[in-house]
Design a binder for this molecule. Sequence first.
Ligand SMILES: Cc1cc2nc3c(=O)[nH]c(=O)nc-3n(C[C@H](O)[C@H](O)[C@H](O)COP(=O)(O)OP(=O)(O)OC[C@H]3O[C@@H](n4cnc5c(N)ncnc54)[C@H](O)[C@@H]3O)c2cc1C
Length: 495
Amino acid sequence: MAVIRALALAILSSFFSVAAGQLRPLPAAAAHGGLPVDLFSLSIASKLRTDHNSTAKASTDFGQMVKAAPAAVLHPSTPADIAALIRSSAASPAPFPAAPRGQGHSWRGQALAAGGVVVDMRALGRRARINVSAAAGEEPYVDAGGEQLWIDVLHAALKHGLAPRAWTDYLRLTVGGTLSNAGIGGQAFRYGPQIANVHELDVVTGTGEMVTCSRDKNADLFFAALGGLGQFGVITRARIRLERAPKRVRWVRLAYSDVVSFTKDQELLISNRASEAGFDYVEGQVQLNRSFAEGPKSTPFFSGGDMTRLAGFASRTGASAIYYIEAAIKWMYCWSLSFEPGFVFTKDVTYVQFLDRVRQEEQVLRDANPAGIILMYPMNKDRWDDRMTAVTAGGEDDDDGVFYAVGMLWSALSAGDVERLERQNEAVLGFCDEADIGCKQYLPHFTSQDGWRGHFGAKWERLVELKAKYDPHAILSPGQRIFASRAEKAGIASS
Ligand SMILES: Cc1cc2nc3c(=O)[nH]c(=O)nc-3n(C[C@H](O)[C@H](O)[C@H](O)COP(=O)(O)OP(=O)(O)OC[C@H]3O[C@@H](n4cnc5c(N)ncnc54)[C@H](O)[C@@H]3O)c2cc1C
């Protein structure tokens, strides 16, 4: 069972949305007791909003599972505005929390700041802050503001015939938001996640200092911030590697009815032989049998006729799910793969249409797909840089293994659905634990510090040190709920 031997699992935490009125509040930041600082005496006063409309928008996120109102929202014009805000908090006898918010596409309150200040990063982008460098003879790169959307970075780079090397599936996320997690998609098997494709960062630390960092300069901050869940600083600029972009690609889906052949082929495609086979982008999707009945009857990729054939294939083979390898290829070279004969689906599309494909699919899935989708991305562990904060599944010494990122993207329409899905998530995590399958959460969520300690494993003690150095008052991104603020600690100690 070569496939199972190689399998270590990462869970891409499910995204939920629930009907309004069923929101659960974060425990109020009672320890902060409102802002102890008169923010309106600061130079940034004109950029602060305290009206209900502004604070309400910053009180929840894509997941809509957690609600926590900030006292104010900062609309910075420059990174110096963010530094001024954080300095005022750090200098206060009772520092208040501050959270950068990109697109707010978190699912569990990670970009909220109960009783503090949410920094609306998108306000920085009102000025053009994407600069491509394509000097002859030098490796090209783009300097992009942390608030920029990846789709805008793509369009700017394409003007020079270039593009970043590593993507998320969905491009309407911010550079700073995905670099604070990892940023995974179909090229990660070859180039690693987005965090492995960054040369340099500008960061505003939790003491309000503006620092430029890279592998050679302030390296501890550079590695801490990448995958750092916003705990060590606010990323205000990232220098991102570029490569020559293809104009068009062939977008392919290959169908399987058995998981062993599917994962065996995935692992073949992410091996070095993938380059020979011309596969540039490899992901997998699992379509549960019931979704043929409950889900959409066609998608932007599959026509109604394709879906009918696939449903027939599922019923003929008695498979509980159909598995698709999704790939982008330069030329067709599939003879050594074991997909079902006749079940190759291809489309010739522009590179932008391919990279931005989830936008359209998401619209369709939002309308009518209670069944959700499951994604399975095979990854080469050696493309992740272990000096960064992000952690991966598998043993710490296991450098040359393959692991999978598994994304279970369900939607819930009621509080009951949320509870059912939470139990299901717990069951998956529990199963991995019992079966001794190395497993980490992506977009992690824990309710205790022990949970975080276990998540970061051998990196934990170092993270605690770096937190004390770069955000000693635990001001930044409190919605991750990793470190208690000084005021909260005092509250805990006195209670
Ligand atoms: C529809 C959808 C599709 C997705 N697809 C993918 C995918 O294909 N691959 C993938 O890897 N992930 C994916 N995600 C997850 C996504 O990458 C994370 O949720 C990411 O954090 C969202 O970016 P954001 O800009 O909305 O960040 P936010 O939700 O605004 O912030 C996330 C966290 O980072 C902090 N933060 C935000 N900006 C900064 C900054 N500039 N500096 C420091 N910290 C900051 C926040 O305080 C918060 O703690 C998807 C999410 C959704 C909802």
